[in-house]
Design a binder for this molecule. Structure first.
Ligand SMILES: Nc1ncnc2c1ncn2[C@@H]1O[C@H](COP(=O)(O)OP(=O)(O)OP(=O)(O)O)[C@@H](O)[C@H]1O
Length: 321
């Protein structure tokens, strides 16, 4: 990769990261490149090395060799800067159960020299759907409510980069949709970046413009989701439930109507826009498509995932786009 390309991946730039633990190589060659505006899906089976990669890029774990730069800094030297600029939602979020959410968020912001006002906190809790529950001790929250609070905690310091490990785990469909909406809103200015670590391919389909697939400590595949799916052939198919018949004469480039069944419209997307599928839904909303529900028909991503995971193949096809 040239220096010019490296600079373009200003948010996260990981090259050939290796990490031995107790004589065993846990990471054997991780590459990860995330630009401003990207929502990047980090995929891989259990034990592939996703969390270890995240720990390394946050400066929480020393690595053996390779190169990591996050927001232009080196996590090993700039841990404080990185923790202040990156919002993190870890897989297991710990809270003080006796605190109430507004006090907790104020206290948490203070840890990072960011003092959210009472209004900031109230607005954030509203955003994540906890406005009415703000008076209750966190210990009385359900798992889903704690997930929402974890998202609020990641967002409260207005970070430039958001790293989320399984953010929709344990959420009901409404909660999942609300978290999706928050992420779309966060990424919509084109300047922020999101690294989404998940096993839910449907979340990736909906939200991400770029993916990396890790298996057995190595990056097996990385690139634009639209390009990778297009290379597979056929693009991606979605089923949209619409309030009324849409105007099909003015479709965004690369989008075609593949059929209709009652209120459901099948839409074939040859190449998702660089801003990810959420940009496409915005485009359609702007064209007055009254979308009530979106379902990914495709198992194209699943096929892509399955064909790049499952076994250690040192000579297998590996591509970096
Ligand atoms: N401190 C440690 N000592 C020994 N092995 C470790 C340590 N931390 C992680 N590992 C091993 O490293 C590998 C990668 O773990 P990691 O948690 O990064 O995987 P993951 O992709 O996040 O998995 P999951 O999807 O299950 O969360 C696993 O085999 C794990 O057992």
């Amino acid at each position: 990769m040239s220096n010019f390309q490296r600079e373009a991946y200003a948010m996260i730039n990981i090259e050939n990261l290796r990490l031995p633990i107790e004589g065993k190589e846990i990471l054997k060659g991780i590459d990860l490149h995330l630009r401003p505006g990207d929502t990047y899906g980090l995929l891989g089976p259990n034990g592939a090395g996703k969390s270890t990669t995240i720990f390394a890029l946050l400066g929480l774990r020393a690595f053996g060799s390779g190169r990591i730069s996050v927001l232009g800094g080196n996590p090993a030297d700039d841990a404080v800067f990185i923790r202040r600029s990156v919002g993190v939602m870890p897989e297991k979020a710990g809270f003080y159960d006796w605190m109430i959410a507004p006090d907790y968020l104020k206290w948490y912001g203070g840890l990072y020299d960011f003092a959210p006002t009472k209004q900031d906190v109230a607005k954030m809790l509203e955003k994540v759907g906890l406005g009415a529950e703000a008076h209750r001790p966190i210990g009385t929250y359900s798992r889903g409510m704690k997930q929402r609070l974890a998202v609020a905690r990641a967002l409260i310091s207005r970070p430039k980069l958001l790293i989320l490990d399984e953010p929709t785990n344990g959420l009901d469909p409404k909660g999942r949709r609300e978290i999706h909406d928050l992420l779309v809103e966060f990424a919509s200015d084109g300047k922020a970046g999101v690294l989404l670590c998940t096993h839910l391919l449907d979340d990736v389909d909906r939200l991400c413009n770029r993916i990396g697939i890790i298996d057995n400590g190595r990056t097996r595949l990385e690139g634009s989701l639209g390009d990778l799916l297009a290379e597979q052939g056929g693009g991606q198919r979605y089923r949209l439930r619409l309030e009324s018949a849409p105007d099909t004469t003015n479709l965004p480039a690369g989008v075609a109507i593949a059929g209709r069944e009652g209120g459901w419209w099948y839409v074939q997307v040859q190449a998702a826009p660089s801003g990810g599928p959420s940009t496409l839904w915005h485009e359609l909303w702007r064209r007055d498509w009254k979308i009530l529900e979106i379902r990914s028909e495709a198992s194209s991503l699943e096929e892509l995932y399955m064909s790049h995971t499952g076994q250690d193949r040192p000579h297998a096809q590996e591509a970096v786009l």
